[in-house]
Design a protein around this ligand. Sequence first.
Ligand code: C2O
Length: 459
Amino acid sequence: MRTRHDVAGLTSGDATTAETGDWHPVLDTYARGVALMRQLAADDPGSWIWAANTHQFPMGTQHRPGWGQCEHGALLFLPWHRAYLAWFESTVRRLTGDDTWALPYWDYSNSDNPSARHLPVEFTVQKRMVAGESVENPLFSAVRDSRPLMTQNVDIVAALSEPLFVRTFPKAGFGGTDRPGRYFGKVEDKPHNFVHGDIGGDMSLTTMAARDPIFWLHHANIDRLWEVWRGLPGSTALTDGGPGFSLLVSHWRSATFSFGDLRAPTTYTMAEVEDLSSPSMQYQYESLELPAAIDDEVAAARGALVGPGGGGFGLDEFEPSWEPVAATFNLESGEDRDLTFSVAPHGLEAIEPSGLILELAGVRAVRPHAVYVVEIRSSPEAEPHVCGRFSTFGLEGTPEREERNYLVDATSVLPDLLEEGWTGGRLSVRVVPEPGRPDSEDSERGIHVRQVTVYAQTP
Ligand code: C2O
Protein backbone atom coordinates (compact mmCIF):
# COMPACT_ATOMS: atom_id res chain seq x y z
CA MET A 1 0.00 0.00 0.00
CA ARG A 2 1.40 3.40 -0.99
CA THR A 3 0.40 6.71 0.52
CA ARG A 4 -0.55 9.84 -1.36
CA HIS A 5 0.67 12.72 0.77
CA ASP A 6 -0.65 16.23 1.17
CA VAL A 7 1.81 18.45 -0.72
CA ALA A 8 1.48 20.99 2.10
CA GLY A 9 3.66 18.70 4.21
CA LEU A 10 6.23 18.17 1.43
CA THR A 11 6.80 21.69 0.14
CA SER A 12 9.60 23.78 1.58
CA GLY A 13 7.18 26.71 1.54
CA ASP A 14 9.95 29.09 0.58
CA ALA A 15 10.94 29.97 -3.01
CA THR A 16 14.65 30.48 -2.29
CA THR A 17 14.88 27.14 -0.54
CA ALA A 18 13.06 25.53 -3.47
CA GLU A 19 15.60 27.04 -5.88
CA THR A 20 18.72 26.23 -3.94
CA GLY A 21 17.99 23.45 -1.49
CA ASP A 22 17.07 19.77 -1.54
CA TRP A 23 13.48 18.80 -2.17
CA HIS A 24 11.39 16.32 -0.30
CA PRO A 25 11.96 12.93 -1.99
CA VAL A 26 8.32 12.70 -3.17
CA LEU A 27 8.59 16.00 -5.05
CA ASP A 28 12.10 15.18 -6.21
CA THR A 29 10.94 11.89 -7.75
CA TYR A 30 8.02 13.67 -9.36
CA ALA A 31 10.31 16.29 -10.95
CA ARG A 32 12.70 13.60 -12.15
CA GLY A 33 9.80 11.58 -13.54
CA VAL A 34 8.38 14.54 -15.45
CA ALA A 35 11.81 15.31 -16.92
CA LEU A 36 12.32 11.66 -17.96
CA MET A 37 8.87 11.49 -19.53
CA ARG A 38 9.59 14.68 -21.47
CA GLN A 39 12.75 13.11 -22.90
CA LEU A 40 10.70 10.38 -24.57
CA ALA A 41 9.24 10.90 -28.05
CA ALA A 42 5.50 11.63 -28.32
CA ASP A 43 4.82 8.20 -29.84
CA ASP A 44 6.24 6.45 -26.77
CA PRO A 45 3.40 5.51 -24.37
CA GLY A 46 5.68 6.45 -21.48
CA SER A 47 6.14 10.01 -22.70
CA TRP A 48 4.77 13.20 -21.23
CA ILE A 49 2.92 14.08 -24.43
CA TRP A 50 1.39 10.62 -24.66
CA ALA A 51 0.16 10.94 -21.08
CA ALA A 52 -1.29 14.41 -21.69
CA ASN A 53 -2.81 13.55 -25.07
CA THR A 54 -4.49 10.52 -23.52
CA HIS A 55 -6.58 13.11 -21.68
CA GLN A 56 -7.23 15.32 -24.72
CA PHE A 57 -5.08 16.81 -27.47
CA PRO A 58 -5.03 20.10 -29.35
CA MET A 59 -6.91 20.33 -32.63
CA GLY A 60 -4.73 19.46 -35.57
CA THR A 61 -2.78 16.80 -33.66
CA GLN A 62 -2.62 13.46 -35.40
CA HIS A 63 -4.81 11.12 -33.39
CA ARG A 64 -3.49 7.88 -31.96
CA PRO A 65 -5.53 5.02 -30.50
CA GLY A 66 -5.92 5.66 -26.78
CA TRP A 67 -5.66 9.44 -26.99
CA GLY A 68 -8.43 11.90 -26.22
CA GLN A 69 -10.43 9.76 -23.83
CA CYS A 70 -11.12 12.06 -20.86
CA GLU A 71 -14.57 11.87 -19.30
CA HIS A 72 -16.11 15.23 -18.42
CA GLY A 73 -19.69 16.16 -17.72
CA ALA A 74 -20.29 12.46 -17.22
CA LEU A 75 -20.84 9.94 -14.45
CA LEU A 76 -17.51 8.31 -15.35
CA PHE A 77 -15.62 11.53 -14.58
CA LEU A 78 -14.37 10.28 -11.19
CA PRO A 79 -13.55 6.65 -12.05
CA TRP A 80 -11.94 7.51 -15.39
CA HIS A 81 -9.62 10.07 -13.82
CA ARG A 82 -8.80 7.66 -10.99
CA ALA A 83 -7.66 5.00 -13.44
CA TYR A 84 -5.79 7.63 -15.48
CA LEU A 85 -3.85 8.75 -12.38
CA ALA A 86 -3.00 5.17 -11.41
CA TRP A 87 -1.59 4.55 -14.88
CA PHE A 88 0.37 7.82 -14.78
CA GLU A 89 1.83 6.97 -11.37
CA SER A 90 2.99 3.60 -12.64
CA THR A 91 4.84 5.35 -15.49
CA VAL A 92 6.64 7.69 -13.08
CA ARG A 93 7.59 4.75 -10.85
CA ARG A 94 8.91 2.74 -13.76
CA LEU A 95 11.04 5.57 -15.21
CA THR A 96 12.43 6.79 -11.88
CA GLY A 97 12.87 3.36 -10.31
CA ASP A 98 11.19 4.70 -7.17
CA ASP A 99 8.69 1.93 -6.48
CA THR A 100 7.24 3.48 -3.35
CA TRP A 101 6.29 6.72 -5.08
CA ALA A 102 2.71 7.96 -5.17
CA LEU A 103 1.32 11.28 -6.36
CA PRO A 104 0.97 14.00 -3.77
CA TYR A 105 -2.34 15.84 -3.59
CA TRP A 106 -3.02 19.58 -3.40
CA ASP A 107 -5.60 20.25 -0.70
CA TYR A 108 -6.40 23.83 -1.71
CA SER A 109 -9.62 23.76 0.33
CA ASN A 110 -7.89 23.27 3.67
CA SER A 111 -9.17 26.27 5.59
CA ASP A 112 -6.74 25.50 8.44
CA ASN A 113 -3.75 26.17 6.16
CA PRO A 114 -3.27 29.87 5.27
CA SER A 115 -1.22 29.03 2.15
CA ALA A 116 -3.47 26.22 0.92
CA ARG A 117 -4.68 28.24 -2.07
CA HIS A 118 -1.17 29.08 -3.24
CA LEU A 119 0.67 26.85 -5.69
CA PRO A 120 3.38 24.94 -3.81
CA VAL A 121 6.65 26.84 -4.38
CA GLU A 122 8.26 23.84 -6.07
CA PHE A 123 5.90 24.55 -8.98
CA THR A 124 6.65 28.27 -9.13
CA VAL A 125 10.46 28.49 -9.34
CA GLN A 126 12.14 28.36 -12.73
CA LYS A 127 15.29 26.59 -11.54
CA ARG A 128 16.19 23.94 -9.04
CA MET A 129 19.40 22.31 -7.85
CA VAL A 130 20.24 18.80 -8.97
CA ALA A 131 23.57 17.35 -7.86
CA GLY A 132 24.96 20.80 -7.15
CA GLU A 133 23.89 22.20 -10.49
CA SER A 134 21.08 24.66 -11.20
CA VAL A 135 18.76 23.19 -13.84
CA GLU A 136 15.36 23.98 -15.38
CA ASN A 137 12.60 23.00 -12.98
CA PRO A 138 10.29 20.53 -14.77
CA LEU A 139 7.36 21.47 -12.50
CA PHE A 140 7.48 25.14 -13.51
CA SER A 141 5.04 26.64 -16.03
CA ALA A 142 5.30 30.21 -17.27
CA VAL A 143 1.69 30.45 -18.39
CA ARG A 144 -0.21 29.97 -15.13
CA ASP A 145 -2.02 32.74 -13.32
CA SER A 146 0.24 33.45 -10.37
CA ARG A 147 -2.51 34.55 -7.99
CA PRO A 148 -3.83 32.20 -5.32
CA LEU A 149 -7.02 30.29 -6.09
CA MET A 150 -10.15 32.23 -5.13
CA THR A 151 -11.74 31.21 -1.84
CA GLN A 152 -15.20 30.73 -3.33
CA ASN A 153 -13.75 28.52 -6.07
CA VAL A 154 -12.27 25.97 -3.70
CA ASP A 155 -15.44 25.62 -1.68
CA ILE A 156 -16.18 21.94 -1.09
CA VAL A 157 -19.17 22.28 1.21
CA ALA A 158 -21.71 22.23 -1.62
CA ALA A 159 -20.26 19.07 -3.16
CA LEU A 160 -19.72 17.18 0.09
CA SER A 161 -23.14 18.13 1.46
CA GLU A 162 -24.72 16.26 -1.42
CA PRO A 163 -25.53 12.74 -0.18
CA LEU A 164 -26.42 11.16 -3.52
CA PHE A 165 -23.92 10.25 -6.21
CA VAL A 166 -26.50 10.68 -8.94
CA ARG A 167 -29.74 12.63 -8.94
CA THR A 168 -32.62 12.68 -11.30
CA PHE A 169 -32.40 15.51 -13.81
CA PRO A 170 -32.58 18.55 -13.44
CA LYS A 171 -30.78 18.08 -10.13
CA ALA A 172 -27.16 17.05 -9.97
CA GLY A 173 -25.69 14.63 -7.45
CA PHE A 174 -22.08 14.47 -6.28
CA GLY A 175 -21.11 12.62 -9.45
CA GLY A 176 -23.71 13.76 -11.98
CA THR A 177 -27.26 13.40 -13.23
CA ASP A 178 -29.16 10.45 -14.66
CA ARG A 179 -29.42 12.18 -18.03
CA PRO A 180 -26.90 11.39 -20.75
CA GLY A 181 -25.18 14.40 -22.23
CA ARG A 182 -22.73 16.73 -20.64
CA TYR A 183 -24.06 17.66 -17.20
CA PHE A 184 -21.64 18.25 -14.36
CA GLY A 185 -21.81 16.55 -11.01
CA LYS A 186 -21.30 18.81 -8.00
CA VAL A 187 -17.64 17.97 -7.35
CA GLU A 188 -16.79 18.28 -11.02
CA ASP A 189 -18.39 21.71 -11.13
CA LYS A 190 -16.71 22.95 -7.98
CA PRO A 191 -13.94 22.76 -7.02
CA HIS A 192 -12.79 20.83 -10.10
CA ASN A 193 -13.76 23.12 -13.01
CA PHE A 194 -13.17 26.35 -11.13
CA VAL A 195 -9.68 25.33 -10.02
CA HIS A 196 -8.73 24.58 -13.62
CA GLY A 197 -9.87 28.07 -14.60
CA ASP A 198 -8.12 29.84 -11.72
CA ILE A 199 -4.77 28.18 -12.47
CA GLY A 200 -5.18 29.28 -16.07
CA GLY A 201 -2.70 28.67 -18.89
CA ASP A 202 -2.68 25.06 -20.04
CA MET A 203 -4.89 24.10 -17.09
CA SER A 204 -7.81 26.09 -18.50
CA LEU A 205 -8.09 23.83 -21.57
CA THR A 206 -8.98 20.13 -21.53
CA THR A 207 -6.73 19.75 -24.57
CA MET A 208 -3.66 21.03 -22.71
CA ALA A 209 -4.41 20.60 -19.00
CA ALA A 210 -2.45 17.41 -18.37
CA ARG A 211 0.72 19.05 -19.75
CA ASP A 212 0.85 21.15 -16.60
CA PRO A 213 2.46 19.11 -13.79
CA ILE A 214 0.03 20.61 -11.27
CA PHE A 215 -2.83 18.86 -13.11
CA TRP A 216 -1.94 15.55 -11.47
CA LEU A 217 -1.94 17.00 -7.94
CA HIS A 218 -5.27 18.71 -8.59
CA HIS A 219 -6.77 15.42 -9.70
CA ALA A 220 -5.25 13.50 -6.83
CA ASN A 221 -7.17 15.89 -4.61
CA ILE A 222 -10.41 15.48 -6.56
CA ASP A 223 -9.93 11.73 -6.27
CA ARG A 224 -9.36 12.12 -2.53
CA LEU A 225 -12.56 14.14 -2.22
CA TRP A 226 -14.41 11.19 -3.75
CA GLU A 227 -13.01 9.03 -0.91
CA VAL A 228 -13.89 11.71 1.66
CA TRP A 229 -17.42 11.80 0.26
CA ARG A 230 -17.74 8.00 0.36
CA GLY A 231 -16.84 8.03 4.03
CA LEU A 232 -19.50 10.56 5.03
CA PRO A 233 -22.58 9.11 6.70
CA GLY A 234 -25.49 8.87 4.30
CA SER A 235 -23.48 8.98 1.07
CA THR A 236 -25.21 6.78 -1.47
CA ALA A 237 -23.25 5.40 -4.39
CA LEU A 238 -24.81 4.97 -7.81
CA THR A 239 -24.70 1.22 -7.33
CA ASP A 240 -26.65 1.47 -4.06
CA GLY A 241 -29.47 3.22 -5.84
CA GLY A 242 -32.98 2.16 -6.59
CA PRO A 243 -34.18 0.13 -9.56
CA GLY A 244 -34.81 3.30 -11.57
CA PHE A 245 -31.09 3.51 -12.19
CA SER A 246 -30.45 -0.05 -13.32
CA LEU A 247 -29.28 0.94 -16.80
CA LEU A 248 -26.84 3.46 -15.41
CA VAL A 249 -25.63 0.88 -12.89
CA SER A 250 -24.93 -1.74 -15.53
CA HIS A 251 -23.14 0.85 -17.68
CA TRP A 252 -21.09 1.83 -14.63
CA ARG A 253 -20.24 -1.74 -13.58
CA SER A 254 -19.14 -2.75 -17.06
CA ALA A 255 -16.87 0.25 -17.61
CA THR A 256 -13.16 -0.49 -18.15
CA PHE A 257 -10.36 1.99 -18.74
CA SER A 258 -7.36 1.25 -20.96
CA PHE A 259 -4.17 3.23 -21.33
CA GLY A 260 -0.86 3.12 -23.14
CA ASP A 261 -0.30 1.12 -26.32
CA LEU A 262 -3.76 -0.29 -26.97
CA ARG A 263 -2.27 -3.44 -28.53
CA ALA A 264 -0.96 -4.24 -25.06
CA PRO A 265 -2.84 -1.84 -22.81
CA THR A 266 -2.91 -1.31 -19.09
CA THR A 267 -6.56 -1.93 -18.25
CA TYR A 268 -8.49 -1.18 -15.09
CA THR A 269 -11.93 -2.57 -14.36
CA MET A 270 -14.52 -0.62 -12.42
CA ALA A 271 -14.30 -3.13 -9.56
CA GLU A 272 -10.56 -2.40 -9.26
CA VAL A 273 -11.08 1.34 -9.49
CA GLU A 274 -13.73 1.37 -6.78
CA ASP A 275 -11.47 -0.42 -4.30
CA LEU A 276 -8.27 1.40 -3.38
CA SER A 277 -6.87 -1.80 -1.87
CA SER A 278 -7.24 -3.75 -5.12
CA PRO A 279 -3.91 -4.92 -6.59
CA SER A 280 -3.99 -2.29 -9.33
CA MET A 281 -4.69 0.64 -7.00
CA GLN A 282 -2.83 -0.06 -3.73
CA TYR A 283 -2.86 3.45 -2.34
CA GLN A 284 -4.36 5.38 0.51
CA TYR A 285 -4.56 9.05 1.36
CA GLU A 286 -2.55 10.58 4.14
CA SER A 287 -5.77 12.16 5.39
CA LEU A 288 -9.46 11.99 4.60
CA GLU A 289 -10.28 14.37 7.40
CA LEU A 290 -12.02 17.67 6.88
CA PRO A 291 -11.11 20.85 8.73
CA ALA A 292 -13.51 21.17 11.68
CA ALA A 293 -15.29 24.21 10.24
CA ILE A 294 -16.00 22.45 6.93
CA ASP A 295 -16.97 19.23 8.66
CA ASP A 296 -19.53 21.12 10.76
CA GLU A 297 -21.04 22.85 7.75
CA VAL A 298 -21.30 19.60 5.81
CA ALA A 299 -22.83 17.79 8.77
CA ALA A 300 -25.37 20.57 9.29
CA ALA A 301 -26.36 20.62 5.62
CA ARG A 302 -26.70 16.86 5.55
CA GLY A 303 -28.51 16.79 8.89
CA ALA A 304 -31.14 19.09 7.42
CA LEU A 305 -31.74 16.50 4.72
CA VAL A 306 -31.57 13.36 6.81
CA GLY A 307 -33.87 14.45 9.58
CA PRO A 308 -33.76 13.36 13.19
CA GLY A 309 -33.96 9.63 12.50
CA GLY A 310 -30.72 9.61 10.53
CA GLY A 311 -30.14 6.75 8.17
CA GLY A 312 -29.41 6.39 4.51
CA PHE A 313 -30.97 7.92 1.45
CA GLY A 314 -32.83 6.33 -1.38
CA LEU A 315 -31.79 7.75 -4.71
CA ASP A 316 -35.24 9.02 -5.53
CA GLU A 317 -36.18 10.27 -2.13
CA PHE A 318 -35.63 13.95 -2.83
CA GLU A 319 -36.82 14.03 -6.39
CA PRO A 320 -40.37 15.23 -6.66
CA SER A 321 -41.35 16.34 -10.14
CA TRP A 322 -39.72 19.22 -11.93
CA GLU A 323 -41.80 20.82 -14.65
CA PRO A 324 -40.21 22.77 -17.46
CA VAL A 325 -42.08 26.04 -17.25
CA ALA A 326 -40.18 28.01 -19.83
CA ALA A 327 -38.00 27.20 -22.73
CA THR A 328 -35.93 28.04 -25.68
CA PHE A 329 -34.14 31.09 -26.72
CA ASN A 330 -30.70 31.75 -28.07
CA LEU A 331 -28.43 33.79 -25.90
CA GLU A 332 -25.15 35.37 -26.90
CA SER A 333 -23.29 36.39 -23.80
CA GLY A 334 -21.42 39.05 -25.76
CA GLU A 335 -24.66 40.92 -26.33
CA ASP A 336 -25.56 43.36 -23.64
CA ARG A 337 -29.25 42.81 -23.44
CA ASP A 338 -31.80 40.98 -21.38
CA LEU A 339 -33.88 38.23 -22.74
CA THR A 340 -37.44 38.00 -21.68
CA PHE A 341 -39.61 35.12 -22.66
CA SER A 342 -42.98 33.85 -21.79
CA VAL A 343 -43.51 30.70 -19.84
CA ALA A 344 -46.12 28.10 -19.06
CA PRO A 345 -49.64 28.96 -20.14
CA HIS A 346 -50.94 29.13 -16.58
CA GLY A 347 -48.05 30.92 -14.98
CA LEU A 348 -46.79 29.74 -11.66
CA GLU A 349 -49.82 30.47 -9.46
CA ALA A 350 -51.15 27.02 -10.14
CA ILE A 351 -47.85 25.39 -9.34
CA GLU A 352 -46.61 27.14 -6.18
CA PRO A 353 -43.05 26.11 -6.87
CA SER A 354 -40.75 25.04 -4.04
CA GLY A 355 -37.63 25.02 -6.18
CA LEU A 356 -36.30 26.61 -9.35
CA ILE A 357 -33.54 25.36 -11.62
CA LEU A 358 -32.23 26.91 -14.82
CA GLU A 359 -30.76 24.66 -17.44
CA LEU A 360 -28.39 26.31 -19.89
CA ALA A 361 -28.27 23.76 -22.66
CA GLY A 362 -26.11 23.46 -25.73
CA VAL A 363 -23.44 25.88 -24.56
CA ARG A 364 -20.65 26.43 -27.08
CA ALA A 365 -17.72 28.81 -27.23
CA VAL A 366 -14.57 29.44 -29.18
CA ARG A 367 -13.03 31.73 -26.55
CA PRO A 368 -15.21 31.91 -23.46
CA HIS A 369 -14.65 33.96 -20.35
CA ALA A 370 -13.46 31.73 -17.51
CA VAL A 371 -16.47 32.27 -15.26
CA TYR A 372 -20.00 33.44 -15.92
CA VAL A 373 -22.60 34.72 -13.51
CA VAL A 374 -26.25 33.98 -14.10
CA GLU A 375 -28.72 36.70 -13.14
CA ILE A 376 -32.48 36.54 -13.22
CA ARG A 377 -35.15 39.22 -12.79
CA SER A 378 -38.86 38.89 -12.28
CA SER A 379 -39.35 41.63 -14.87
CA PRO A 380 -36.93 43.65 -17.01
CA GLU A 381 -37.26 46.60 -14.60
CA ALA A 382 -36.69 44.59 -11.43
CA GLU A 383 -33.43 44.21 -9.56
CA PRO A 384 -31.23 41.38 -10.79
CA HIS A 385 -30.70 38.39 -8.51
CA VAL A 386 -27.50 36.44 -8.93
CA CYS A 387 -28.59 32.83 -8.90
CA GLY A 388 -25.40 31.05 -9.78
CA ARG A 389 -22.03 30.99 -11.49
CA PHE A 390 -20.27 28.44 -13.60
CA SER A 391 -16.78 27.78 -14.91
CA THR A 392 -16.31 27.16 -18.62
CA PHE A 393 -13.43 24.68 -18.23
CA GLY A 394 -13.68 22.29 -21.15
CA LEU A 395 -15.54 24.58 -23.54
CA GLU A 396 -12.64 26.16 -25.37
CA GLY A 397 -10.65 24.00 -27.70
CA THR A 398 -13.26 21.29 -27.97
CA PRO A 399 -14.82 20.66 -31.37
CA GLU A 400 -17.52 23.05 -32.51
CA ARG A 401 -20.20 20.37 -32.29
CA GLU A 402 -19.43 19.56 -28.70
CA GLU A 403 -21.95 21.22 -26.44
CA ARG A 404 -22.08 21.36 -22.70
CA ASN A 405 -24.87 22.04 -20.30
CA TYR A 406 -24.98 23.86 -17.00
CA LEU A 407 -27.54 23.49 -14.25
CA VAL A 408 -28.01 26.53 -12.05
CA ASP A 409 -30.01 26.07 -8.87
CA ALA A 410 -31.93 29.32 -8.38
CA THR A 411 -34.04 28.07 -5.47
CA SER A 412 -32.41 30.48 -3.03
CA VAL A 413 -33.72 33.50 -4.96
CA LEU A 414 -37.21 32.09 -5.46
CA PRO A 415 -38.60 33.81 -2.33
CA ASP A 416 -37.35 37.16 -3.64
CA LEU A 417 -38.99 36.60 -7.00
CA LEU A 418 -42.28 35.61 -5.42
CA GLU A 419 -42.16 38.61 -3.11
CA GLU A 420 -41.78 40.82 -6.17
CA GLY A 421 -45.03 39.35 -7.44
CA TRP A 422 -43.44 37.04 -9.95
CA THR A 423 -46.06 34.74 -11.43
CA GLY A 424 -43.85 32.86 -13.83
CA GLY A 425 -45.24 34.74 -16.82
CA ARG A 426 -41.84 35.95 -17.82
CA LEU A 427 -38.32 35.86 -16.56
CA SER A 428 -35.30 37.86 -17.59
CA VAL A 429 -32.11 35.89 -17.74
CA ARG A 430 -28.64 37.27 -18.20
CA VAL A 431 -25.41 35.37 -18.45
CA VAL A 432 -22.55 37.79 -17.86
CA PRO A 433 -18.80 37.40 -17.45
CA GLU A 434 -17.84 37.49 -13.79
CA PRO A 435 -16.37 40.90 -13.00
CA GLY A 436 -12.90 41.27 -11.55
CA ARG A 437 -11.24 38.43 -13.42
CA PRO A 438 -8.32 38.92 -15.82
CA ASP A 439 -10.51 38.35 -18.87
CA SER A 440 -13.67 40.12 -17.65
CA GLU A 441 -13.29 43.15 -19.93
CA ASP A 442 -12.23 41.22 -23.03
CA SER A 443 -15.12 41.87 -25.41
CA GLU A 444 -13.78 39.36 -27.94
CA ARG A 445 -14.84 36.58 -25.65
CA GLY A 446 -18.33 35.17 -25.32
CA ILE A 447 -20.43 32.04 -25.25
CA HIS A 448 -23.52 30.89 -27.02
CA VAL A 449 -26.35 29.22 -25.14
CA ARG A 450 -28.69 27.30 -27.40
CA GLN A 451 -31.55 26.98 -24.99
CA VAL A 452 -32.50 28.08 -21.51
CA THR A 453 -35.13 26.06 -19.74
CA VAL A 454 -36.54 26.90 -16.34
CA TYR A 455 -37.66 24.01 -14.17
CA ALA A 456 -40.03 24.58 -11.30
CA GLN A 457 -40.29 22.01 -8.57
CA THR A 458 -43.85 21.03 -7.90
CA PRO A 459 -44.54 19.56 -4.49
CU1 C2O B 1 -10.13 15.70 -17.25
CU2 C2O B 1 -9.57 18.16 -14.53
O1 C2O B 1 -9.77 17.29 -16.18
